[in-house]
Design a binder for this molecule. Structure first.
Ligand SMILES: [Zn+2]
Length: 330
């Protein structure tokens, strides 16, 4: 887990705990102002706890009666609150997460991270990768009805069947990684067929499975590596060492000849040597890919022993949708 995100979560939990205390205090004051008889019961409960503690410390322990008395008092308070039209637990401690009581950890001797922290962490990763919002792209939201039922060029399948096949390959890979058949993926084909969507969906699934993933556009990839190239530094640790690196829309970035190719080679080669996965999407055909990035890179991303190649076939669905919308208007 990334340190800076864990710190952010710890700060959030602290704020939540403070807010809980304020809520408890506010409710206590409200009830004691409105209903003195309930306030009397809560005071009795406090005195019971502190009185028993005092007795124990003085050696005259009689703690065995405490649980039963507490139970009775709690019940009285709950009943009274309900009579007044409040929830029975209105004066109980307030927690957003009842499992860890907003501490973020569970377990007495062996401390474990609570599910709520894992959820927060995943949400932050999604936020950092730009995977949030109502347009969240996940496999569950994949729509095959936007694809045509016409036969895909040069294939026995329709475009829709073909896309469903590609989607199921991507989903299976994201479900199984690192225990998948092929470590790397190359999604290639014309633009507007949902390659970015599939990359986002895979990243979302990997995050759900707690697998570190970094998704960058080819443009950002080039900027980062170029700055380092001219600055004389090393390629960022993240690009080199994250378990899964996804580069979206390779081929769309401006070509700075020796830099682009050299840095891309270093990253892909370095990652393959460490057996870390790289997923690339590109609008280029395999021929164009080879031409632009040289045989050296192409051979690494098209090596069928390690890389699954997923060709996307069909027309730009964004254009199809626009056309259909225009037809409907007409
Ligand atoms: Zn929790």
């Amino acid at each position: 887990m990334r340190e800076e995100l864990l710190r952010e979560i710890e700060i959030e939990l602290e704020a939540i705990r403070r807010e809980n205390e304020q809520t408890e205090q506010r409710r206590k004051e409200e009830i004691s102002n409105l209903f003195p008889e309930i306030a009397a019961l809560t005071r009795e409960r406090e005195n019971l706890v502190f009185g028993t503690l005092r007795d124990i410390l003085r050696g005259g322990a009689k703690a065995e009666d405490l649980p039963e008395k507490m139970k009775q008092l709690n019940q009285q308070i709950r009943t009274k609150l309900e009579e007044k039209g409040y929830p029975a637990d209105y004066l109980a401690p307030v927690y957003r997460c009842p499992i860890c009581k907003d501490t973020g950890v569970i377990g007495e001797t062996i401390k474990e991270t609570c599910e709520c922290v894992k959820k927060r962490y995943q949400a932050m990763l999604r936020r950092d990768l730009g995977l949030t919002g109502s347009e969240q792209q996940t496999f569950e939201r994949f729509r095959d009805d936007v694809f045509s039922d016409e036969k895909a060029p040069g294939s026995n399948f329709s475009v829709r069947e073909h896309m469903l096949l590609v989607k199921s390959n991507c989903e299976q890979w994201a479900n199984q990684y690192p225990k998948c058949e092929k470590r790397d993926l190359l999604l290639y084909g014309p633009s507007g067929l949902g390659k970015t969507f599939l990359l986002h969906a895979m990243a979302s699934r990997l995050i759900e499975r707690n697998i570190p993933v970094l998704l960058v556009s080819a443009y950002d990839f080039l900027q980062t590596t170029r700055n380092e190239y001219f600055g004389g530094g090393n390629i960022t640790d993240d690009l080199m060492n994250v378990q899964v690196l996804m580069i979206d829309d390779l081929g769309s970035e401006p070509m700075v000849q020796s830099v682009t190719v050299e840095q891309l080679f270093r990253v892909i080669n370095g990652r393959q040597n460490k057996n870390l996965a790289t997923v690339i999407s590109t609008n280029l055909s395999l021929e164009e890919f080879k031409k632009r990035y040289t045989e050296r890179i192409a051979s690494r991303m098209t090596d069928i022993r390690n890389c699954k190649m997923l060709p996307l076939i069909g027309k730009d669905i964004r254009r199809c949708i626009q056309l259909t919308a225009k037809e409907a208007d007409a």
